[in-house]
Design a protein. Structure first.
Ligand code: FES
Length: 333
């Protein structure tokens, strides 16, 4: 019977946790580089887990132990994070993760047929790896590339508008060690190499491949053809989270209060006007105000900027601002 661990033994700075000494030394050096990028060391946990995967191809017990020591966390705390996100693997991953999207739009466009064809060709199912260690197959819940459905990603690079035949050919090439180039990115690197990039060490390939395709920017093109534009945030000039308070009576909504009375940051409405304070968004979501300001800067310099009504601007602003906050939260979660 496995004995429940008590506190891990006190680490020493040279403890290798089972890594070869040179590997452990390199891991510690790389970890120091990553940790130095954050004001609080524990904030470096996510990239450190990718760093572990760049060596072990999964979040290994020895990697967990090393992260815990480096960040002054318990192994349970590290494991709790590592098991929350699906990008962190709990068993050795193949050289290529092939993720077939079968979520709604991709399913409608044939994603299930793509998945079935790939699964049959490889002889494995979801979250399984081929015996030669080449490919791990995943059924993905939206690759965030719905405009190119059905989509397959390999090590987080997109392959657009796939068919069962194209997807089968793709995995056959991967298994044979033939380089494959993604639809909008570089030649796909293997799992360990990509994990190192995700840990924060660039591979120099960021500018390889195409930019956004027509399906992604068609809305922008149509907007430009019609002279449409997103309204600028009122009071953005020089403001950092504050909102103007000089709107005509009855047209101004309290800064962070939505139509249902709930605040944008999810706090309870007070029922009191809060027209002069900075929004509480910045407090609830660090950087939200700066993000909103940045969005406003982009919008105010938009090619087709033009006048808009104050009331319309305020209403649009509330919607846009909430979307921005939502994005900020998502980015930090
Ligand atoms: S539904 Fe497949 S990428 Fe979004």
């Amino acid at each position: 019977m496995t004995e429940l661990s008590t506190q891990p033994e006190a680490p020493t700075p040279t403890q290798t946790y089972g890594y070869p000494e040179d590997v452990a030394a390199q891991l510690r050096a790389d970890a120091a580089t990553i940790i130095a990028r954050y004001p609080d060391p524990r904030s470096a946990l996510l990239p450190l887990l990718h760093l572990v995967q760049s060596v072990d191809a999964f979040v290994s017990p020895r990697g967990i132990a090393l992260c815990a020591e480096l960040l002054d966390l318990s192994r349970a705390e590290v494991s709790a994070v590592a098991t929350f996100y699906s990008q962190y693997k709990r068993k050795p991953n193949g050289r290529y993760t092939v993720g077939v999207c079968t979520n709604t739009l991709c399913a409608v466009m044939g994603g299930d047929a793509v998945y079935d064809a790939v699964s049959e060709h490889l002889g494995i199912g979801n979250d399984e790896t081929t015996p030669d260690g080449a490919i791990t197959l995943e059924r993905i819940e939206c690759n965030a590339a719905c405009d190119y459905a059905p989509v397959v990603m390999v090590n987080w690079e997109f392959f657009d508008n796939v068919t069962p035949e194209r997807a089968t050919s793709l995995v056959a090439d991967l298994a044979a060690g033939i380089p494959v180039t993604s639809s909008r990115g570089p030649v796909v690197q293997d799992f360990r190499a990509v994990s190192r990039v995700l840990a924060g060490f660039e591979d120099g390939l960021v500018d390889e491949g195409g930019a956004g395709g027509d399906a992604t920017i068609v809305g922008l093109r149509i907007a430009r053809e019609h002279g449409w534009q997103a309204p600028a945030f009122p009071g953005d000039e020089g403001a950092s989270g504050e909102h103007q308070t000089d709107e005509p009576d009855g047209e101004h909504q309290p800064a962070q209060t939505g139509a249902d009375g709930a605040t944008a940051a999810g706090t309870e409405p007070t029922g009191e006007p809060t027209t002069s304070e900075p929004t509480t968004d910045a407090g609830a979501v660090p950087g939200a105000a700066e993000g909103a300001a940045a969005v406003g800067e982009e919008q105010s310099s938009a090619e087709h900027a033009g006048p808009i009504g104050e009331a319309e601007a305020t209403g649009e602003h509330e919607q846009t601002k909430q979307r921005t906050e939502s994005g900020e939260k998502g980015a930090q979660s």
